[in-house]
Design a binder for this molecule. Structure first.
Ligand SMILES: Cc1cc2nc3c(=O)[nH]c(=O)nc-3n(C[C@H](O)[C@H](O)[C@H](O)COP(=O)(O)OP(=O)(O)OC[C@H]3O[C@@H](n4cnc5c(N)ncnc54)[C@H](O)[C@@H]3O)c2cc1C
Length: 500
């Protein structure tokens, strides 16, 4: 397709998901990363249900489900005494559940999918600056080269050079002082599909099982007092060898080797804007927060999916630029909620003040024993509840059932030719028009809708009372009975058909 050239800066989970979405729509996309190659280590270790869903629509789920551990929950202790076991309850209405899977494997699958779409990551190309002018952005790379693109998306992580070049502020605060982390091969007689945590006066200690060939990889994480002393990997391993028995009362851990160690401070920061002209931000470049709850990568790939179809429509001239403003309007409120929730939970779990420790031990922990609270916690972390109902593309609709902006869960459908499929096998690159009744009743996409979306919409028969027009990211665009109304909505709210 002739069209605008998009630069995706950063080949982490957000950049790769975005690039897959753009390439699937035929948009010429260049993906660069400042690193010399993929990182073999992983920050994220939990992919919540929404992330599994997005990767499925992106065509990048591959064999991740088979390669993962299915998390069944987390047991919190005080000393050796178990206080509460939070079950990651199966949501029987949902097809997708959380996985214990490493970020490195997720990125590998995304790169595989991107390769299928004909795009390879250009490693060793660090963005230094980006200058907007006319109808494009001139990007300066390390080594002195510059190149011009029509659109640039900064998926270059917390210290985003793209964000800085665009002059977008990233205000925030420190949440808790310091965490030590070590991914270690170890002999340890513990369940391999359950995390565990210990409340202790010196701070929180958490462990999460990680899948590997030897089936003995564990993530260890502990909050510690801030220190400016530089810690080498062996210092961190030694710190855990001392700290684990002290905080957990468990003397059974035998560390064999460390795969990755890190010392990090938890900050909460949110970009003032997700777009400035022809520069956009996604993922950690736009928001960072505590890793407790495993929300960062999930939120980043959700940003990427939301942006991909919008940028594809604008870059191909089908929609006006104003559609891009709906990206920040839909995603920034979610990041605000995630920042608040992860900050509150982290402070409570770490128990950084005496008042919080009392609150945690007397009120929070007993509440966690309740089934209803556990189901709610699984649901909240899953991000399956995300709705854009209150955003610029939401609202309207009538009666009971989904409203524009709401997420539409995966479901059985029948194509116009009678073939069985699932909704999410069609979405991603395509939109779907769900129509009631048996196959063959209405095989044509109403011409009015095709006039806005071109061939990129498929009619699927399913169990529904109304016509449902579903966006490529699985949210409802319109619900009703008259397709002309849908077309009017696409023109007015989505700026479709009014592109340059
Ligand atoms: C200890 C820890 C545990 C976590 N656990 C979880 C979890 O279980 N679940 C979860 O959902 N999230 C988790 N997170 C958060 C998650 O790791 C991040 O949110 C996620 O990596 C963000 O993805 P991203 O693609 O936006 O950015 P990144 O993964 O940071 O990728 C940015 C990419 O940009 C590249 N880059 C940087 N600067 C430049 C430049 N100037 N030019 C070109 N390229 C550049 C980098 O090399 C990198 O490849 C955790 C985080 C931490 C610290």
């Amino acid at each position: 397709m002739d069209g605008a050239r998009v630069l995706v800066a950063g080949a982490g989970p957000s950049g790769l998901t975005l690039a897959c979405g753009l390439a699937a729509q035929g948009i010429p996309v260049t993906v660069v990363d400042g690193a010399e190659g993929p990182s073999p280590t992983s920050r994220a270790n939990i992919l919540h249900a929404r992330g599994v869903e997005v990767l499925t629509r992106t065509g990048a789920i591959g064999d991740l489900v088979e390669r993962s551990l299915e998390p069944i929950g987390i047991t919190m202790h005080a000393g050796a005494k178990p206080l509460v076991t939070m079950q990651f309850s199966e949501d029987d209405k949902e097809h997708f559940q959380a996985l214990f899977i490493s970020q490195a494997l997720i990125e590998e699958e995304l790169r595989r999918r991107l390769g299928e779409l004909g795009v390879a990551v250009e490693w060793g190309r660090r963005v230094l600056g980006a200058d907007q002018g006319g109808d494009g952005v001139t990007v300066a790379f390390e080594g002195g080269r510059s190149e011009r693109f029509d659109w640039v998306v900064g998926c270059d992580g917390a210290r985003s050079a793209v964000r800085e070049a665009a002059g977008i502020a990233f205000p925030g605060v420190e949440v808790v002082e310091q965490f030590l982390l070590a991914d270690v091969h170890a002999d340890w007689d513990r369940e391999r599909n359950r995390s565990a945590g210990w409340f202790h006066d010196d701070g929180l200690f958490l462990t999460i099982p990680m899948r590997d060939k030897e089936d003995d990889l564990w993530r260890l994480m502990a909050s510690v007092e801030k220190s400016d002393r530089r810690l080498e990997p062996e210092d961190i391993v030694a710190a855990f060898e001392k700290l684990v028995p002290e905080r957990s009362g468990d003397h059974g851990l035998r560390i064999k080797s460390a795969v990755w160690t890190s010392v990090f401070r938890v900050q909460r920061r949110l970009a003032d804007d997700y777009r400035r002209g022809r520069i956009l931000l996604a993922g950690d470049a736009a928001h960072i927060h505590s890793p407790i709850g495993g929300q960062g990568m999930n939120t980043g790939i959700g940003d990427a999916e939301n942006l991909a179809w919008k940028l594809a429509l604008v870059a191909s001239g089908r929609a006006g630029e104003e559609l891009l403003d709906t990206y920040g309007a839909e995603r920034r409120p979610l990041a605000t909620e995630v920042l608040k929730r992860t900050t509150d939970n982290t402070k409570l779990l770490v128990g950084d003040t005496a008042v919080r420790r009392v609150l945690r031990d007397l009120f929070f922990v007993p509440l966690l024993n309740l089934d209803a609270v556990q189901r709610r916690a699984t649901r909240v972390n899953s991000q399956l509840w995300v709705t854009y109902r209150k955003g610029p593309l939401g609202g309207g609709g009538r009666g009971r059932g989904a409203r524009p902006g709401d997420r539409i869960p995966d479901r059985d459908c029948t194509r116009a030719d009678g073939a069985k499929t699932r909704l999410f096998d069609v979405l991603g690159p395509a939109w779907a028009l769900l129509v009631p009744g048996a196959e063959g009743d209405d095989p044509q996409v109403p011409a009015v809708i095709r006039a806005c979306l071109g061939d990129n919409v498929e009619v699927l028969h399913t169990d529904t009372d109304d016509l449902l027009l579903v966006r490529p990211d699985g949210h409802l665009a319109w619900r009703g009975t008259d397709p002309a109304e849908a077309a009017a909505r696409l023109r007015d709210a989505f700026a479709l058909g009014g592109g340059r």
